[in-house]
Design a protein around this ligand. Structure first.
Ligand SMILES: Cc1cc2nc3c(=O)[nH]c(=O)nc-3n(C[C@H](O)[C@H](O)[C@H](O)COP(=O)(O)OP(=O)(O)OC[C@H]3O[C@@H](n4cnc5c(N)ncnc54)[C@H](O)[C@@H]3O)c2cc1C
Length: 458
């Protein structure tokens, strides 16, 4: 039996904790906030469970993880049909995209441009290593310039010609126009449009995992920020304003860019500089409580264009068949931004007004606004800047050099991954630890190679 401290009670940390505790290790999870779940948690506004932005469990979740979650949540995980819309060319188009809808709603210039791109594709010079180059190479200039590039700029805050092509590989699953057509056909069938969602909000997943950690003998310490990890010969000392703790192993899901300042003895200046150079985009989540039973029938609206600040708008009630209040609904608007932007310190009322006027400009229904609440996520989208590719590599390599400390999770491996990817990281970390406490680094390296292949689903 080994003492294992896990930093962060998000999905990655909790899955690792559950599996390691089940295997008989002495596990404690340290979470800096007052609740479990990280970005995948839920909380209550006006009597309704809401998430940190639109969250779905995708059917592509690996079977062993889905089985594990089903063993915890049973029938509470509902199978839902996606019902979203995307704003393209000032029109609403069903999202996920459907062929008939695209033909009916998008202007002929789009179809003709895309068709010309397919014809020209074999003859074009497609070199280049930016997000823009990669998407144009795979999908053509029309799809790239009209859809992916503005959306990328909105999410990551820099022009796609400054973003590393690696991000396109991780975020854009279609490899060619033909792949898009295949996907369109698939998503036009009902099975291509489903998602999974627990009836009490997305956070029910992480809450069930937290209960499973406790049932397996693990502990979870909330409001316990870890500020320092001191490496000793046979153990690590975790320092927190709540007190010091000792553990043989430490697994951290905190941002990897924060680790060089936490680890003692301090790493080289090169590592500190690499960490400082990496930027992570933040997000404001603006929740509008409406005095009406429903805003629209859609679960989410997507806004790739740069003319609005909102990237996505979701209505949590429409994600589930749950026990939500009948006469009110809540909207959640996602506004990607830098934490240094002036909007980051705007008041809830100011943000509510920005969202409300965006909705009106987009031709959406009037809202009967009761109140606005805001949540701020400072670290959401790691920005794969082309200019910091080397620094990212340096930091990731350094993060994988410790015997007693392991870094994983969305922030721990600096990736834009989905929950099922981060659950896989937690699972694989725990299954690389044998019953005597020896960590199989070769097995973990193989897992890291698998994580490299993750492609995000929206
Ligand atoms: C707007 C939005 C929408 C998304 N939609 C989807 C979706 O539809 N489907 C999907 O699959 N995924 C979605 N995701 C991604 C999903 O939320 C993440 O993949 C997942 O939550 C990452 O889990 P994690 O455990 O790696 O990290 P996190 O969820 O970030 O958890 C890390 C935890 O560590 C804690 N922590 C950090 N530093 C310290 C410290 N020093 N001491 C103690 N605790 C610390 C944090 O407080 C946090 O609780 C979305 C994410 C966002 C932001």
């Amino acid at each position: 039996m080994t003492e294992l401290a896990i930093v962060g009670a998000g999905p990655a940390g909790l899955m690792a904790a559950w599996q390691a505790a089940k295997a008989g290790h002495e596990v404690t999870v340290y979470e800096k906030t007052h609740a479990v779940g990280g970005m995948s948690g839920s909380f209550t506004i006006a009597g309704q469970r809401v998430d940190f932005g639109s969250h779905r469990l995708h059917p592509s979740t690996p079977p062993h993880l889905l089985e594990a979650l089903t063993s915890l949540l049973g029938d509470d995980i509902q199978i839902r049909e996606r019902n979203g819309r995307i704003r393209l060319y000032d029109k609403w188009v069903a999202f996920p995209l459907r062929t008939t809808d695209l033909i009916r709603h998008l202007p002929p210039t789009f179809s003709i441009g895309s068709a010309m791109d397919i014809i020209r594709r074999p003859f074009q010079n497609t070199s280049g290593d930016t997000f823009e180059d990669e998407v144009r190479k795979r999908l053509g200039k029309t799809v790239s310039d009209e859809f992916y590039s503005p959306y990328a700029e909105k999410l990551w805050g820099i022009h796609p010609s400054e973003i590393d092509s690696e991000l396109a590989r991780r975020r854009v699953s279609a490899s060619s126009p033909l792949a898009i057509i295949k996907r369109l056909i698939r998503s036009s069938s009902p099975t291509g449009r489903i998602f999974l969602y627990p009836k009490n909000g997305y956070g029910q997943i992480v809450e069930a995992l937290a209960d499973a950690v406790i049932d397996a003998g693990g502990k979870i310490e909330l409001e316990f920020p870890i500020e320092q990890i001191a490496l000793e010969k046979d153990s690590c000392i975790l320092k927190s304003p709540r007190g010091d703790r000792t553990s043989q192993l430490v697994w951290t899901t905190a941002p990897l860019s924060a680790l060089p300042k936490m680890i003692k003895p301090e790493p080289s200046q090169e590592i500190v500089d690499a960490a400082t150079s990496l930027r992570i985009r933040g997000m404001l989540l603006v929740y509008l409580v409406l005095d009406q039973p429903q805003f629209t029938e859609y679960d989410a609206h997507y806004f790739p264009g740069l003319e609005t600040r909102i990237a996505r708008l979701s209505e949590p009630k429409n994600y589930r068949d749950g026990a939500d209040p009948e006469n009110q609904t809540v909207l959640c608007a996602e506004l990607p931004c830098w934490t240094t932007d002036s909007i980051w310190s705007a008041t809830p009322d100011e943000l509510g007004e920005i969202v409300r006027s965006d909705l009106i400009n987009l031709g959406l229904p009037q809202v009967n606004l009761v109140t606005t609440e805001v949540r701020k996520l400072p670290f959401v989208y790691p920005v794969f800047e082309k200019s910091t590719r080397r620094e990212r590599e340096i930091l990731l390599n350094w993060g994988n050099t410790f015997n007693r400390v392991l870094s994983f999770g969305r922030q721990g491996l600096i990736v834009p991954d989905n929950i099922h990817h981060t659950l896989a990281m937690g699972w694989d970390a725990a299954h690389s630890l044998n019953s005597s406490g020896a960590f199989d680094h070769a097995q973990w390296d193989q897992a890291l190679s698998r994580f490299e292949q993750h492609v995000v689903e929206d």
